[in-house]
Ligand binder design. Sequence first.
Ligand code: PGA
Length: 256
Amino acid sequence: MSDRLAIIAANWKMHKIHTEAIQFAQKLHYLLDEGDLARVEVPICAPYTDLRTLQTLIDADRLPFKLGAQNVYWEEEGAYTGEVSPRMLRALDVDYVICGHSERRELFAETDEMVTKKVDASFSHGMTPILCVGETLEEREAGEAESKVVGQLTASTAHLSTAQVTELVVAYEPIWAIGTGQTATPDDAQEMCGTIRRRLEELHGAEAAGKARIQYGGSVKPGNIEMIMKGPDVDGALVGGASLDPEDFARILTAW
Ligand code: PGA
């Protein structure tokens, strides 16, 4: 950790209907106190169908959570059946957008080019992208983890402005660790997060790179968050499975 504000985001993936989202947010709030939340930003990246409900609840009850989306299309509006635009998300006070999650890259054939358009669309509508990068097990075993991650990172950030990099969140998510219970070691997480920061520094200078926040994601649990957060370049986590239960997620937010 550093003096950057920590950011631990829930990625619910395709879980929870809107009434379950309400129960979760109320319970999570009940489990935390003000001190817990002063040191960490907490975006809840919910399915589209939950966003309006969560916006209303966060607003009415003044809950200290941010709203995040798990995807976005890059056009403002138009004949794109089934897509959701950045303008629609911003109108619901969405602050964060997960861009290029490995499940989207693998299951929905998102390319670096598409991910980059999503990053740009998020920024241009006043939202912060959480850019996901990460290698497969085969790539890691072949010694290609770093080149894969640096390649994805470079493709989607080289063109950004310094101001955008200052705001940026990058999530390093080794694909073999997602939903498998197999976490990267804290040293591996730190090493790759450090590589990501050095690459941002080469591209955009030390000041902007020093302000960008880098998360680790992949089987983060209450029992491993403390060690993971010790890495000087690890500013937080993107949490899937363990973010579905408010008690587990509250422990992740407080156990470091
Ligand atoms: P996991 O998912 O915590 O369930 O491994 C993380 C993610 O995919 O963002």
